[in-house]
Design a protein around this ligand. Structure first.
Ligand code: NAP
Length: 302
């Protein structure tokens, strides 16, 4: 083995395959709920014409159809006022067909995102962004909704047989959507937790020395190929949450998707790694379905 390399190229952690298995497993619970006349229902609210958001919303609707969940997509014009959106949230909060509500972010500038997220009934907040759910996840209370992306990362680790207990997990990025809840999940005294957790962000000094000390490195910063091979400890497990478009005139679309990790370099050093696309992305939608079923289950058995 040469220094700075691992014995074999990293094993791929295949989020598409793991997501497919997990959705199949969920079918039994959906059938059991349906037998009791509970059809888990998700409302997805899209404000404006953000192109990536439209794609995500369409994918979420398709995933609900395939899983047999009821869903409504409510599309509002980009001029929608905060008061109009809050009124819609209030209506969905009391709609018995709807167990989960997801407000697709980002919202247009005239709307205060936090005010909207705080207005959601926490019992329907399947994205896990309401402070009540943030608090529950932080103290390890299982009725809290875990934000879908870090929840999906934790499932990737568990289902790939990656031991987290006692290992040093370094999370790069501290957003409310990924980094912070990721750290909270890794810290819980539960399966997929019990790690020693370090969180890095844009003010972290000498980030390479932090990432090189990671047994499990999770990167969510939105900076194309930021983490290079020399920033990774040989044999580490690397989870790349980033999804970035980079220009590539050789492709039909004129761009390609890359993660926050330089994949080829990382693959030569790590023991296991997620690809982009096909790693964390498919898990995010899978975990949204899990959260919607959890919401319906908790509604049926309060
Ligand atoms: P975000 O809200 O922009 O947060 C980025 C975080 O990265 C911030 O905490 C920021 O630090 C930190 N950061 C930025 N530059 C850094 C640097 N040079 N060194 C260290 N830390 C740095 O992003 P996000 O919503 O968490 O998303 C991150 C990435 O994950 C994006 O590529 C996004 O597209 C992707 N994503 C993927 C999925 C999926 O399903 N696959 C889901 C969600 C997000 P400060 O706090 O100090 O500014």
């Amino acid at each position: 083995m040469r220094p700075g390399r691992w014995i074999l190229p990293a094993k791929l952690i295949d989020g598409t395959a793991i997501g497919r298995v997990m959705r199949a497993e969920l079918t039994a619970e959906i059938q059991a709920l349906k037998a009791r006349r509970v059809i888990p229902g998700l409302a997805v609210v899209l404000v404006g014409e953000h192109p990536a958001s439209k794609v995500y919303v369409r994918m979420k609707g398709k995933a609900c159809d395939e899983a047999g969940l009821y869903h409504e997509t409510i599309t509002l014009p980009k001029e929608t006022t905060e008061a109009e959106l809050l009124a819609l949230i209030e209506r969905l909060n009391v709609d018995h067909k709807i167990h989960g509500i997801l407000v697709q972010l980002p919202l247009p500038q005239q709307i205060d995102t936090q005010r909207v997220l705080h207005r959601l009934d926490p019992a329907k907040d399947v994205d896990g962004f309401h402070p009540e759910n943030v608090g529950k996840v932080s103290i390890g209370e299982p009725t809290g909704f875990r934000p879908a992306t870090p929840y999906g990362v934790q499932q990737l680790l568990l289902r790939s047989g990656v031991e987290t207990t006692g290992r040093h997990a370094v999370v790069v990025g501290r957003s409310n959507i990924v980094g912070r809840p990721m750290a909270a999940l890794l810290l819980q005294d539960a399966p997929g937790g019990n790690a020693t957790v370090t969180v890095c962000h844009s003010r972290t000094r000498d980030i390479g020395s932090m990432t090189r000390s990671a047994d499990i490195l999770i990167v969510a910063i939105g900076k194309p190929e930021f983490v290079t091979g020399d920033m990774i400890k040989p044999g580490a497990v690397v989870i790349d949450v980033g999804v970035n478009r980079v220009d590539d005139p050789s492709t039909k679309r004129g761009y390609r998707l890359v993660g926050d990790v330089k994949f080829a370099e990382a693959q030569a050093v790590a023991s296991a790694i997620t690809p982009v696309p096909g790693g964390v992305g498919p898990m995010t939608i899978t975990m949204l379905l899990y959260n919607t079923v959890q919401a319906a289950r908790q509604w049926a058995h309060p």
